[in-house]
Design a protein around this ligand. Structure first.
Ligand code: NAD
Length: 358
């Protein structure tokens, strides 16, 4: 691929190819934008079929982080790292420490974290070489499990979407279909149940389904059935790409608002299809920002659950703004989310530093 052409088109600042002879580490660190602050984004380990594929993924994911961090109102830019390898057999302490040294060499322009294929143990190995790593467990001085905050943000996002779509102030007697009741889905189910919503759930693991059936009186459906149920809200909390040409025609929901990443198979085309069908779509990276907000307070060394909670609850207001842009400018909510994030970056880029901040 033509890396500079791609960087020029999408505005990336820096791409670092990291190689360590002794460990065989091959990694790509992509820094998309640092206008708002250091570029934060996870480190993925994946057996990419080619170098091109790895670089392309790092470029795509780092840009996504710029939008996510900007829209959440964080003073963070967007970055991402990928390590080429099989997470089940190619990971060693030495490799992650070598990677940590590369992160350190960037002097804080990029801050890494857990992602697909990496674990808390890998982050601890990275931390032996650099402090520019975040999202560690509380016992290691980190901000701990982000899932309850991701669930809280998603819950606020559902309330915001219901308010915009129907004018209702609460969720009493509404039905929400949750796909995937793992870490985020379970906490979300609890919040929705407490708010008086009825639940329909699916998961590939029976025990996870039974837990929410027992605790929150949810109705269980199997597999693909969830796409066609009578529910007001669909909350995907399992996989990406679940909103596509096959599932949209089956949907009877008014709203799609869930925590999963990359819910739309084709962001532009499927957001447009949902708009035409009258289904309100809460852009995934806006509604699922609770986790990154939790990490942010660790990054700035000001971790405090009250502050995290308050900022996560603000997702309600951010979504109202996004929906307003979408309605006023007659664009999809996905396009409106990009516009919302870009506006903040442009505004901050436009202010000139006049005084030295210590
Ligand atoms: P998780 O692995 O704990 O839960 C996912 C659940 O989905 C599991 O219980 C799994 O069995 C189930 N599942 C898998 N395939 C399914 C299918 N076809 N149908 C129904 N259920 C299925 O993951 P999580 O941490 O709860 O994250 C859920 C989603 O939210 C993921 O897409 C993740 O990327 C996204 N997300 C999570 C966080 C976070 O803080 N954990 C933050 C942002 C985004």
């Amino acid at each position: 691929m033509k890396v500079f052409d791609h960087m020029t088109e999408y505005g990336h600042e820096q791409v670092v190819l990291c190689h360590d002879k002794q460990t065989g580490l091959r990694a790509v660190i992509a820094i998309h934008n640092t206008v708002l602050g250091p570029a934060l984004g996870g480190c993925r380990v994946w057996p990419y079929a080619s170098e091109d594929e790895a670089i392309r993924d790092a470029l795509r994911l780092s840009r996504g982080m710029t939008y996510k961090n900007a829209a959440a109102g964080l003073n963070l830019g967007g970055g991402k790292a990928v390590i080429i390898g099989d997470p089940n057999k190619d990971k060693t302490e030495a490799k992650f420490r070598a990677f940590g040294q590369f992160v350190q060499s960037l002097g804080g322009r990029y801050i890494t974290a857990e992602d697909v294929g990496t674990t808390v143990e890998d982050m601890q190995n990275i931390k032996m070489e650099t402090n520019f790593v975040a999202g560690l467990p509380k016992m290691f001085g980190g901000s701990g499990d982000p899932s309850p905050f991701t669930a809280l943000g998603t819950f606020e996002g559902i309330k915001s979407s219901v308010r915009f779509k129907t004018g209702a102030e609460d969720l009493k007697n509404l039905t929400v279909a949750i796909q995937g009741v793992g870490h985020v889905g379970y906490f979300l189910a609890r919040l929705l149940h407490e708010a008086g919503a009825k639940l329909i759930v699916s998961d590939i693991y029976e025990d996870k389904v039974m837990r929410v059936v027992k605790e929150f009186g949810a109705r269980a459906v199997s597999g693909d059935e969830i796409y066609g149920v009578e529910a007001d809200v669909f909350a995907p909390c399992a996989l990406g790409a679940v909103v596509n040409d096959e599932t949209i025609p089956r949907m009877k929901y008014k709203i799609i608002a869930g925590a999963a990443n990359n819910q739309l198979l084709d962001e532009n085309r499927h957001a447009q299809k949902l708009l035409e069908k009258g289904i309100l779509y809460a852009p995934d990276y806006i509604i699922n920002a609770g986790g990154v907000i939790n990490v942010y307070f660790e990054v700035i060394n000001e971790y405090n659950e009250e502050r995290v909670t308050s900022k996560v609850k603000n997702i309600y207001t951010i979504l109202q703004e996004v929906y307003k842009i979408s309605a006023e400018e007659e664009i999809t909510t996905a396009q409106a989310a990009s516009r919302f994030a870009e506006r903040r970056i442009d505004e901050i880029a436009g202010i000139h530093q006049k005084y030295f901040k210590q």
